[in-house]
Design a protein around this ligand. Structure first.
Ligand SMILES: [Zn+2]
Length: 72
């Protein structure tokens, strides 16, 4: 009987641990939607994520066309 209780407790602990892990993993999956640095294009003022912006001599741009337009 003691063994049965031990197994039940173990199963419960395992279930709690797994459900806790599932919650945290789904939380990290939502990470890309978290706020990130936005940068205004120096040409058209459109805001783009800093990681997707294109660096120029006069600032950052939303695309290479705008960098070419603004910088001779
Ligand atoms: Zn632009």
């Amino acid at each position: 009987m003691k063994l049965l209780l031990l197994l039940a407790a173990l199963a419960l602990a395992l279930w709690l641990w797994r459900s806790g892990r599932a919650r945290t993993s789904s939380g990290s999956a939502a990470a890309p939607s978290q706020p990130q640095d936005m940068i205004a294009c120096a040409c058209c003022q459109v805001h783009v994520p800093a990681a997707e912006s294109i660096a120029g001599q006069r600032g950052r741009y939303c695309c290479t066309q705008h960098r070419q337009q603004s910088e001779p």
